[in-house]
Write a protein that binds this ligand. Sequence first.
Ligand SMILES: [Fe+2]
Length: 272
Amino acid sequence: MGFKVVPYIVESEKIPENMDGYRMAVLADLHDCAVGKENQRLLSALRQEQPDGLLVAGDMITEHMGRLSSWLAYRQARALLLELAQDFPVYYAMGNHETRWKKERDGHTYTFERYRRELEAAGVVFLDNLSAVLGNGRQGIRVTGLELPLLYYRKGLRIPKLTGAAIRKLAGPADEEHFQILLAHTPQFFQAYADWGADLVLAGHFHGGLIRLPLVGGLVSTYYRPFPRYDRGRFQKGERQMIVSAGLGTHTIPLRLNNPPELLMLTFRHRG
Ligand SMILES: [Fe+2]
């Protein structure tokens, strides 16, 4: 399977001059798969790129639908993140699978709480409706990780409406002064993210539409809807933008056709 590092330039007058050239890698939807044996291809790509840090847009693991599981079910993601945390600052926002795992409490020998504690001890910062400032005391860029209730991931025709006000209730207000990133996992609600005040939304979840057709793009979303609008790439609403990753792995339907796993490399630019 191919693997691509996809570069993006993110330019804004809200990005301070002293953050010009700052680089962040974005990982999404690994689903406990491996890119190269034991994720060596992914690790070596990151070591070569040398970003200033990593943003995780959720679903690094696959929740096991109530089946009992041990740490082995999460070992690829766990090992990768523990190793990456030695070299880079890592900010980890939740996908629907992390949220589901959090809620599974019975019988599992390896719980989300344990996973979280292990990663936190290694330096990973969890952003479950929490925010952090990037840039080590420089004026900074703010990143908020949105954790949505699971009803927003329901499949089929009745996807509930999400508003900017509902996001404010979950994750607090957006930062008006700094460049505000929202790690949102599902790209479905771009309008609400923009209304909330995100300058840049980073999402995944749709896995590029599983199968990509020439000219048409992604075939199906993880809501099981055909031809999703936000399948992969960059989308714009005025000054607000959203970049959607096609993700790194697969689950349930182990299929990626014409749709290689991708790692996003963002370079931030101050627009004077
Ligand atoms: Fe997802």
